[in-house]
Design a protein around this ligand. Sequence first.
Ligand code: V07
Length: 257
Amino acid sequence: MLDKLIRKKGGREAAETPEGQNPGTREVPEHIAIIMDGNGRWAKKRALPRIAGHHEGMKTVRKITREANLLGVKVLTLYAFSTENWKRPKPEVEFLMKLPDEFLGTYLPELIEQNVRVEMIGDYESLPPHTKRAIRRAMDETAENDGLILNFAMNYGSRAELADAVKSIARSVDEGKVRPEEIDERMISAALMTAHLPEPDLLIRTSGEVRLSNFMLWQLAYTEFWFTDTLWPDFDEAALREAIDGYQARNRRYGGI
Ligand SMILES: Cc1cc(N2CCCCCC2)n2ncc(-c3ccc(F)cc3)c2n1
């Protein structure tokens, strides 16, 4: 079983242990990002169509959102649809574009009850109208909630996000609002779709794949990675707690140096 925590040397802890927090201990991660992989493989193992895996994966979204909220996680970013996913067979893309409406139609009352706020990063405008309507309604109906932020990366690509940020800063230079020598890491972070969110403390990727797939490339610079062979539809509350335990244990050892 591949359950591996890979941590970038010289991570944030070396430079910025939050005020008053013992560097040797670690609270629950403030922001967890998840690449929800393995849905197609889950279906294939059961001789089911791929869309059955996506549908089962949607139930896991509900389960993990509830557990993360109970554990005190503040932001949960879920990679639901990448800009590359448009290349999949048309029927599969059409099914995926209906999932937000199905998920919210079923679970939005529960999310509201849990004080969850729904947000999205990615190219919203290029989504089909029915998909946009469902997401917009969920964001509007949960806008006042101040519990866990459930942030869906939809039609999202990190390189496209960075290119848009560069264009925005270049326009500011053109308009004389910014001088080139003023451009720094903070300005770039502030131009990203995640400007209002803390950077992820823990990235989880399921199904044994060990790559980032154009996901939050800038934001993950100091994030700890947890890779597990578990397929997303099988990833349950215990698996989430195991990843968080791994994250916390890692820092206790590191803090001991
Ligand atoms: C495209 C897609 C795929 C999708 N899968 C289920 C989870 C596994 C990954 C692929 C399939 N899920 N699950 C929930 C959503 C969703 C998105 C936005 C939103 F506001 C509310 C729910 C979703 N969207």
